[in-house]
Design a protein around this ligand. Structure first.
Ligand code: NAP
Ligand code: MG
Length: 398
């Protein structure tokens, strides 16, 4: 059988630990036998980041800007323990953070829905996609541990000498204070990425902040979204038959719990951090969550939402077969291949991505799955498969 041809290469970002093992298995067993795979390969494994002074991460992001579509394996974000384990010369930054900053992108996380893995919220029938703003707020804050009585002020000094000064608090005793910021440019990019993603997936977009309390900061987010929507998207949304809906964050949380799903929920950085963990665990499993970074320029980077599954990797190193779930990583590949197919007009490549996803879901629905799913499935008599067996099962469903 002739292999399916590609035109433009994908940017392939390899990673660490168990997901690196799974990465190779997916390529060897599920993709390369069927597709004449073209990639520009970047090894983002921690050893190569150390060897290149993290230049490889920057190069992979630049390649993504050039080629348009990337697929990324989970990578280690080093902490003190990793510095020791890998003999690192420094605590390299999170590759995801570096790539996000270079692409100015927004991360969209969507649960993979399959029969037998039921959401704990009964009325959720379709996926809820979380869009998390990836810049600023508490993640770029400055904090003070206030030692005792005294005054904390927020001061802006303009290049033209204009000064704005606000009293934060007149402290009578010890306490804490923090300063946060965000940028109109970043909020605008975030808004555009969300509107674009809503249009490209044909789903409504919800956005929520606490603008009743945060009358300048959060209100700016609300206004930027409204301005971008009116100026650039209102017409296109109407034509597509989808809606943009703004509400308060607490109202949004209440509505999400009562909704049927099938929409995108845009969140400020902290809300997105917290809510994406709630949504993913309520839908079943972090291993069943895909993630795509979309830049306002229309560049896409697909990945799994989970990490490198370190605990399983050490078992693997000890010679044990593990039952690590490869589904989110498979869907990162199919998402990237489908987007590449769409951009290059390759119908058979798009059909391949659809078939591989269908085979993956059919395998689970037939009762064969990895341990994490077997523990929570509503299907009778599930069979727990090792990663390798599960991938073979998918191949035989093809
Ligand atoms: P993790 O890799 O997501 O795993 C946490 C636990 O969740 C696992 O121990 C496992 O539970 C379960 N799990 C996650 N994915 C699974 C899968 N595919 N199949 C089965 N079970 C799965 O998070 P972590 O152990 O906290 O972090 C490990 C490394 O990943 C860290 O170095 C971190 O920096 C990195 N990380 C990378 C990314 C990324 O690149 N996008 C994201 C998050 C974390 P059991 O052990 O109970 O089976
Ligand atoms: Mg988090």
């Amino acid at each position: 059988m002739a292999k399916i041809a590609m035109k433009t290469p994908l940017v392939e970002m390899d990673g660490d630990e168990m997901t690196r093992i799974i990465w190779q298995l997916i390529k060897d067993e599920l993709i390369c036998p069927f597709v004449d795979l073209k990639t520009e390969y970047f090894d983002l494994g921690l050893k190569m980041r150390e060897a290149t002074g993290d230049q490889v991460t920057i190069d992979s992001a630049e390649a993504t800007k050039r080629l348009g579509v990337a697929v990324k394996c989970a990578t280690i974000t080093p902490n003190a323990a990793r510095v020791e384990e890998y003999g690192l010369s420094q605590m390299w930054k999170s590759p995801n953070g570096t790539i996000r900053a270079l692409l100015d992108g927004t991360c969209f996380r969507t649960p993979i829905i399959v029969k037998g893995i039921e959401p704990v919220v009964r009325n959720w029938e379709r996926p809820i996609t979380i869009a998390r703003h990836a810049y600023g707020d508490v993640y770029k804050n400055v904090e003070i541990r206030v030692p005792g009585a005294g005054k904390v002020e927020l001061v802006y000094t303009g290049e033209d000498g204009v000064e704005i000064r606000e009293l934060v608090h007149e402290f009578a005793g010890p306490g804490v204070a923090q300063g946060m910021h965000n940028l109109d440019g970043s909020i605008t990019s975030f808004a555009r990425s969300c509107f674009e993603f809503a249009l490209s997936t044909g789903q409504d977009l919800w956005f929520a902040t606490k603008d009743t309390i945060s009358k300048k900061y959060d209100h700016r987010f609300k206004d930027v979204f409204a301005e971008v929507f009116e100026a650039e998207y209102a017409q296109r949304f109407e034509e597509a038959g989808i809606e943009y809906f703004y509400t308060l964050i607490d109202d949004a949380v209440a509505r999400v719990m009562k909704a049927k799903g099938g929409f995108i929920w845009a969140c400020k950085n902290y809300d997105g951090d917290v809510m994406s963990d709630m949504i993913s665990s309520a839908f079943g499993s972090l291993a069943m969550m895909t993630s795509v970074l979309v830049s306002p320029a229309g560049v896409y980077e697909f990945e799994a939402a989970h990490g490198t599954v370190q605990r399983h990797y050490y078992k693997h190193l000890a010679g044990e077969e593990t039952s690590t779930n490869p589904v989110a990583t498979i869907f990162a590949w199919t998402g990237a291949l489908r987007k590449r197919a769409e951009l290059d007009g390759l119908d058979d490549l798009a059909a391949f991505a659809d078939r591989l996803e269908a085979a993956t879901l059919a395998t689970i629905e037939s009762g064969r799955m990895t341990g994490d799913l077997a523990r929570i499935t509503t299907l009778p008599n599930p069979q727990t498969r090792t990663t390798r067996e599960f991938i073979d099962d998918i191949k035989s469903c093809f």
